[in-house]
Design a binder for this molecule. Structure first.
Ligand code: IPE
Ligand code: IPE
Ligand code: MG
Length: 183
């Protein structure tokens, strides 16, 4: 087995990259998606079992509406056009983050993609959408509370979105931002 079992990537710098190429932030997002596809191919090639992509954080709702719309349209077309390819490649898709406020259409697409890929074993992609680490902890505490269990480290871990997923061996943040406060 590859000693690196889990790679996590904080996707960042795409907007700035797009502007730097004298295009637009959205052109950078589109290019970022192409990069994601190359990364998935390499991950499969090196037999890495988990790939976490931090794609949209709880903080990202502060962005202009138009940009948010563009990002979610990109995601929807990816889920629509690439699902078969994911299945063919043995990829299981898992969404981490709070899906509640997504459109019905997106929720359905995500549900379908998770369901149709659930038995795949070659690579698990954890797609972090509307994800925030603080939210993840709050969510876990709510579950513990509803189960009337004690708040212990073990119980907190057991109810994270990332339960059953080994911790990343490698965490990469793309782009050249210095701010590391989002997660
Ligand atoms: C990451 O790139 C993609 C996201 C959806 C968050 P950014 O959009 O954060 O690009 P910069 O950091 O503004 O350049
Ligand atoms: C990008 O962080 C991380 C993701 C959402 C995946 P931001 O884009 O929010 O951070 P800055 O503003 O570039 O530092
Ligand atoms: Mg950024």
């Amino acid at each position: 087995m590859n000693p690196i079992n889990h790679v996590a990537i904080i996707m960042d710098g795409n907007g700035r990259g797009g502007l730097k190429n004298k295009k637009s932030r959205n052109a950078g997002h589109r290019a970022g998606l192409n990069t994601v596809e190359s990364i998935i191919k390499e991950t499969l090639k090196y037999n890495i079992k988990y790939l976490t992509l931090y794609t949209f954080s709880t903080e990202n709702w502060k962005r202009p509406k138009k940009e948010i719309l563009f990002l979610f349209n990109l995601l929807e077309s990816f889920l629509t056009n690439k699902l078969d390819e994911l299945i063919r490649n043995g990829i299981r898709l898992k969404i981490i983050g709070e899906k509640k406020m997504f459109s019905k259409k997106l929720k359905n697409l995500l549900k379908k993609a998770e369901k149709k890929t659930s038995i795949n074993k070659k690579l698990q992609i954890n797609l972090a959408l509307n994800y925030g680490s603080k939210n993840e902890i709050i969510n876990s505490l709510k579950i513990i509370n509803s189960l009337k269990k004690k708040i212990t480290q073990k119980n907190i871990e057991k109810n994270l979105y990332t339960k059953n997923i080994p911790d990343p061996d490698l965490l990469i943040r793309t782009g050249n931002t210095k701010r590391l406060s989002n997660f």
